[in-house]
Design a protein around this ligand. Structure first.
Ligand code: AMP
Length: 435
């Protein structure tokens, strides 16, 4: 039997409903914040991700799916969304037509990681990238968008952890201080950190192996090496978060996995015991030189990505049910062949008008068809026998009230539409009364 590749999963129809709900919530919030969707390929030329030999992030150095196509081109399945979006931004010269591009994406990402709870090899992310401004207001807007998604999903106990990596000068100063500090404790560093010490000592602060050790806890903090302008950028972001009543915690050790970040970095973490170490729902930061690094002009940007799989699990664990049972407006039952044909024709008219409809295509018994209507949560069942057909009539049953009546065959669409509208008007009145 063929099976799915290790570290991947199938989304079956019953789970797809929750995915659909999650996606529509994200799309709505992005619209509210005025971010436009961008869709880029799921594979890019390998240089898009592997441009920088000094890059030390595990994702870039160890976890990408790299392959050659039949023409020997080096390609990589995207492990994250930012690089592809920035590549598209430069290639399509989006900066020439718009001073500020606010973009969002939704789609699968691929990382060759050890599969475990909360970690797959194909997973889904949604992310936003705002390119064209170095204003701290934009950092705050991106974080606000992220927290709005969390709020819209009804998740509680979610924290924003935030830090600043400062500007280039800050990073250079801190780089030097950290190199000196960690060079003195080389015998205690793990193998990866020894390499990080050569390439980017900042990333040592991200190490899950060394983080419990004493020397690690006493490491210098970046806030003591910030330039005045970097400090004021960070203060601006924090002030705006305060003003917008977004709770956050400053986390001195937060550096995030990617080397291109500067100034604001943040992570949105869920306080869910079942998540264990994999408690980050999303995160992001500012990247003022990435556009230039990828061959474009010096244009600053800030972005964020959320793991959608984790958002869904968080909803499930919090008892937030994104699952809504699917339903039909009408299930059609034709008793003879001519009636079945007439049902399909009428059904198509209803469908063109936007009603959800279905009928049996397997020659099931009448009893089985009623059962099918029931299982599909049909609001109405239309039953057409040859006798009614000859008089251009059809029986229609309201499955909620159990009332049954006979109407003209050509009246099905306006009849059902009218009933649905009446019902939703009634529901609206009731809601108002209850308020
Ligand atoms: P990152 O791009 O590593 O900052 O990841 C952003 C978010 O994507 C994380 O906070 C997770 O929610 C999610 N994520 C990252 N890697 C995986 C993975 N292998 N499986 C599932 N979700 C992931």
């Amino acid at each position: 039997m063929l099976t799915k590749p290790k570290g991947t999963y199938d989304v079956l129809p019953k789970d797809a409903i929750a995915w659909d709900k999650l996606e529509s919530t994200i799309r709505k919030i992005c619209k509210i914040y005025h971010y436009d969707e961008i869709r880029t390929p799921i594979f890019e030329s390998s240089d898009t991700f592997h441009r920088n030999t000094a890059d030390t992030s595990d994702m870039v150095t160890k976890e990408t799916y790299d392959f050659k196509d039949r023409s020997d081109r080096a390609l990589t399945l995207r492990p994250e969304g930012t690089a592809g979006v920035v590549r598209a931004y430069i290639e399509n010269k989006m900066y020439a037509t718009s001073g500020l591009s606010k973009l969002y994406y939704i789609g699968p990402m691929f990382r060759y990681e050890r599969p475990q709870k909360g970690r797959s090899r194909q997973f889904h992310q949604f992310g936003v990238e705002a390119l064209g401004s170095n204003s701290y207001l934009l950092d705050a807007e991106v974080i606000a968008l992220g927290t709005s998604v969390i709020k819209a999903l009804g998740l509680k106990g979610v924290k924003v952890k935030i830090n600043s990596l400062g500007d280039t000068e800050t990073k250079e100063r801190y780089h030097q201080v950290l190199t000196e500090y960690f060079s003195k404790c080389q015998s205690e560093l793990c193998e990866d950190c020894l390499e990080r010490l050569q390439k980017n000592p900042l990333r040592i602060l991200d190490c899950k192996v060394d983080c419990g050790k004493e020397f690690f806890k006493n490491a210098p903090k970046i806030k003591d090496y910030m330039t005045e302008s970097a400090k004021s950028h960070f203060e601006g972001v924090l002030k705006m978060l305060d003003e917008m009543k977004i709770d956050y915690e400053i986390e001195d050790r937060l550096v995030r996995g990617l080397d291109y970040y500067c100034h604001t970095v943040f992570e949105i973490q869920a306080d869910i015991p079942e998540f264990g170490a994999q408690n980050a729902l999303g995160g992001g930061g500012r990247y003022d030189h990435l556009v230039h690094d990828l061959g474009g002009p010096e244009i600053p940007g800030v972005g964020m990505a959320f793991g959608m799989d984790r958002l869904l699990s968080a909803c499930q664990l919090a008892g937030k049910n994104l699952y809504q049972p699917p339903y039909l407006h009408i299930f059609f039952i034709g008793l003879g062949q001519a009636s079945k044909e007439a049902c399909l024709t009428q059904m198509n008219i209803c469908r063109l008008g936007g009603l959800y409809c279905d009928m049996d295509f397997l020659g099931k018994s009448l009893k089985a068809q009623f059962k099918q209507a029931d299982e599909a949560h049909a609001q109405f069942t239309c039953i057409l026998g040859d006798n009614e057909l000859s008089q251009f009539k059809i029986n229609i049953k309201n499955n909620l009230t159990e009332e049954q009546t006979t109407i003209s065959l050509y009246e099905v669409y306006p009849y059902v539409l009218n009933q649905i509208q009446q019902r939703s008007a009634c529901a609206g009145c009731k809601e108002k009364e209850e308020k």
